[in-house]
Design a protein around this ligand. Structure first.
Ligand code: NDP
Length: 340
């Protein structure tokens, strides 16, 4: 039984020495418990935050503790069962970190059913935490209306790719921002965005101005930094900014002011009556089942395109997470630990 623990805390971008792979005996389930074998683990940007000490919306991981996520993180197969509610071979969703095996009393498990049974990786992607994040932030904070201009950053990723497709389904004009030609081409040709701009090439401010002649009504923020600086002057009166993530800042050791200063930012929010609202999906978890039921049929019908970037091998989780923070993933990043 292998597991990956946090070995040290990063200063800036994480390095592979921040984690350690350990071999420990395979755990044995007691009465009322099940033994779970890990199939898929979701890798998400907020895991970077769990490496650093300090107050946050999710507690940091202690040195020596098994590394991993907090909620709806992994898909497991029940390998042994001493609990009448679970049968051997059943697929479940839970969060026990980066390891081959885990023990559960069943209370913290969700059984997979519906379309997830045919494509279990969707349970931690389009129909999991990232899908729910896209759905909640875009609809509840974005309050989209037909014909509005929507800009979404990290446009081909787990959250961004769905935001753009939800926006197209609402009849919005959608401009994505992504890193590189291949991702931009994919956003337009496969995801159906109207345009997608490469933040690594050219003058993003000018490109965005040209792409959004009517200004921006909703900016779904996943990135921050230079991308937000390009977006900010184009925000319309009464525009909405669901502040979902700021991935360009997660490895920063000091935060420097860019072109937007705080008084200038505040006065613009006021004058333009902009709704700029941070949210963390864990606070809204009671709506997760409703989201799943509503979105399932659409996923089953193939109404949404959702791409996974599956990396095989538990031992590759640290390098894959480091890559995610640099934009090396193309689609929802998942570690495949075993076969069903
Ligand atoms: P993605 O699958 O979108 O992967 C992250 C992407 O971010 C990269 O592929 C890269 O895309 C982009 N990126 C990385 N570094 C930079 C940078 N310096 N500048 C610009 N872009 C960068 O991840 P997710 O869909 O899982 O997450 C997207 C965002 O949503 C993150 O900020 C995350 O923290 C946030 N989030 C927030 C939640 C909440 O509850 N508020 C819940 C879930 C996610 P590219 O190559 O195109 O630049």
């Amino acid at each position: 039984n292998r597991r990956i623990v946090l070995a040290s805390r990063p200063n800036g971008a994480p390095v592979k020495e921040n984690w350690k792979l350990e071999e420990v005996p395979k755990p044995q389930p007691k009465q009322g418990e099940v033994l779970l074998r890990t199939i898929y683990i979701s890798l998400d940007p907020y895991l970077r935050g769990r490496m650093t000490e300090g107050p946050s919306y999710v507690e940091c991981i202690n040195i020596g503790e098994v590394f991993g996520g907090k909620i709806a993180e992994s898909v497991y197969v029940v390998e042994q069962s001493n609990n009448p509610n679970f049968k051997v071979g059943e697929l479940v969703e839970g969060s026990f970190g980066w390891q081959d095996y885990a023990i559960s009393d069943g209370k913290d498990l969700i059984k997979l059913d519906g379309p997830e049974l045919n494509d279990p990786v969707k349970a931690i992607g389009a129909l999991g935490m990232p899908g729910f994040t896209a759905y909640y932030g875009f609809n509840e904070i974005g309050q989209p209306k037909k014909g509005e201009t929507v800009v979404v950053a990290a446009a081909t990723g787990a959250v961004g790719s769905l935001v753009g497709q939800f926006a197209k389904a609402k009849g919005c004009y959608v401009v994505g921002i992504a890193g590189g030609d291949e991702k931009c081409k994919y956003a337009v040709e496969k995801l159906g965005f109207d345009k997608c701009l490469d933040h690594k090439k050219g003058d993003l401010k000018q490109l965005l101005k040209d792409a959004c002649p009517k200004g921006i009504d909703i900016y779904y923020e996943n990135v921050g930094g230079k991308v937000f600086e390009a977006v900010f002057p184009l925000l319309n009166v009464m525009s909405r900014v669901p502040l979902c993530g700021l991935i360009s800042l997660y490895n920063a050791t000091s935060l420097q002011n860019g072109e937007i200063n705080l008084p200038g930012f505040q006065i613009t929010l006021l004058k333009k009556r902009i709704r700029y609202e941070g949210f963390i999906i864990f606070d809204h978890w009671s709506g997760y089942d409703k989201f799943k039921k509503e979105t399932r049929d659409l996923v089953k019908k193939g109404s949404f395109v959702f791409k996974e970037d599956i990396v095989k091998g538990l031992e590759n989780a640290p390098s894959a997470l480091m890559g995610l923070l640099e934009g090396k993933n193309f689609g929802k990043l998942v570690i495949q630990v075993g076969d069903i």
